[in-house]
Design a protein around this ligand. Structure first.
Ligand code: NYM
Length: 220
């Protein structure tokens, strides 16, 4: 018979402002996809368990205003922007390309977060975007959209740097400026289970649809 084309897994990305429910949904989605027999792995950026991730974690947890010296750290962080982009450049592509087995990945945050948060700080949007041109493109981006006033009421909001309502509003509008055909806006005001069912349906459809499609690069 004819040769079967190799099947690849899907790159499913969850994006959103802080406290929009990404981690809850990613964990449930991975569990459900596994239960349905899909090979799937969970990744996140930043990954706070890596050495660089630990530095980012400390940076995010320190909400104190920056003195001159910390200003340098800030610049370094901003310059590297997504210190984890080293990881995303290689590990995201590796996971998909080197698993002929067709492992899918559910990823929390990616280039869009790096750009949205950096641009919200006032950095030039095109400059923020430039370092991520050519990264592996997600097959689908699910933007969990929660009104910022709702996010502000959720437990823990304000614990970390950037968790201020005005800043988050800016981040949200940066995200929405990057809306494109492969980005779906999900109403994150719904219940955990309603959102979960929606995400499972989209994920399954995406996994089926892109199994034999070539991988794409971001903004190329
Ligand atoms: N963040 C995340 C950035 O500022 N730049 C980035 O490139 C990425 C990936 O870090 N406030 C910000 C967004 C969040 C925080 O939070 C990570 P969490 O809860 O670990 O996703």
């Amino acid at each position: 018979g004819p040769l079967q084309p190799l099947r690849r897994g899907a790159f499913i990305l969850l994006e959103g402002c802080d406290r929009s429910g990404k981690s809850t949904q990613a964990a449930k989605l991975v569990r459900q996809l596994k239960a349905r027999g899909c090979r799937v792995e969970h990744m996140r950026f930043p990954d706070r368990t890596t050495p660089i991730g630990k530095m980012i974690d400390a940076y995010l947890k320190s909400t104190q205003e920056l003195d001159d010296h910390a200003g340098n750290d800030e610049k370094i962080f901003v310059k590297v922007k997504v210190p984890s982009s080293f990881t995303s450049r290689f590990s995201v592509r590796l996971k998909l390309v080197c698993s002929a087995s067709g492992t899918s990945i559910v990823v929390e945050r990616y280039a869009y977060s790096g750009i949205a948060f950096s641009a919200a700080k006032g950095l030039d949007f095109s400059w923020c975007k430039s370092s991520d041109v050519g990264l592996l493109a997600p097959d689908i981006t699910l933007f969990l959209d929660l009104p910022i006033c709702e996010a502000g009421k959720r437990a823990g909001f304000g614990d970390e740097r950037y968790e201020k309502e005005d800043f988050q509003r800016n981040v949200r509008s940066q995200f929405l400026d990057m809306k494109h055909d492969d980005m779906k806006i999900i109403d994150a005001r719904k219940t955990i289970d309603e959102i979960h069912r929606e995400l499972v349906a989209i994920a399954i459809e995406t996994i089926k649809k892109c199994a034999t499609l070539p991988l794409k690069d971001l903004w190329k």
